[in-house]
Design a protein around this ligand. Sequence first.
Ligand code: Z5A
Ligand code: MG
Length: 221
Amino acid sequence: MTKRGAFIVIEGLDRSGKSTQAATLLKRLQDAQSPAKLINFPDRTTAIGKMIDSYLRSESELDDRAVHLLFSANRWELAKSIEETLQSGETIICDRYAFSGIAFSASKIRPGTNSYPLLDYSWCRAPDVGLPAPDMTIFLDVTQEVARARGGYGEERYEKEGVQRRVRDVFERVAEEVEGSGGRWVLVNADESEEEVQKVVWDTVKEIIGGIEGPIEKLWD
Ligand code: Z5A
Ligand code: MG
């Protein structure tokens, strides 16, 4: 039976090194002549992605539910191409996915209060049900102190410590649920040097980059 490519998602809080590690992993696979492709969410190049980009930069305002659905739609517009790429035998490395979608939306607070969620967890999860499911999710776990030392938080809407703390809590719930439904969620200490993290990431993905025999699973299905 011909193997399909592996679907590897990299998740984590801000400044955890997702984009750095995703790019290094891609290079390593290419150097090893192993076909691989890097994608990232939000994909800011599409029409939907441009609306998301403008919202994240606070250049436009959108209803919280509307923007959540746009993030999900941004994944759905690429779902078919993800499946085709995997079926062609290529590995996909994906920088953020539906788990970020739930974590950032379900951690929003009600205006004028300190209580959350503003949006219910299961409501946040619903639009991503049925997307291609990752074969493995690597969660880069960075402490706030280390993240801050990496240049502090940027200018975008969610790049604030309070937000990041709540996002971490929801990510913990997501991790339990992924594991509970048979998915693979691997926590990697991202406080270490780039090289150290890279080593752990490589050791973690080694067994699946040769390809996967089963079908592409559906997320949360
Ligand atoms: N969002 C959402 O709400 N809903 C969704 O469905 C999705 C996303 C998919 C934009 O995401 C926002 O969208 C995000 C979540 C929300 N908001 N927040 N926060 P994004 O992925 O476009 O955000 P980003 O700005 O590209 O990623 P990031 O999280 O800020 O950074 P990162 O990719 O994890 O880190 P990095 O760019 O690789 O590294 C950051 C810096 O640290 C850089 O200077 C590196 O050289 C340095 N670095 C990296 N690793 C190390 C180590 N190990 N040691 C020392 N220094 C390091
Ligand atoms: Mg990034």
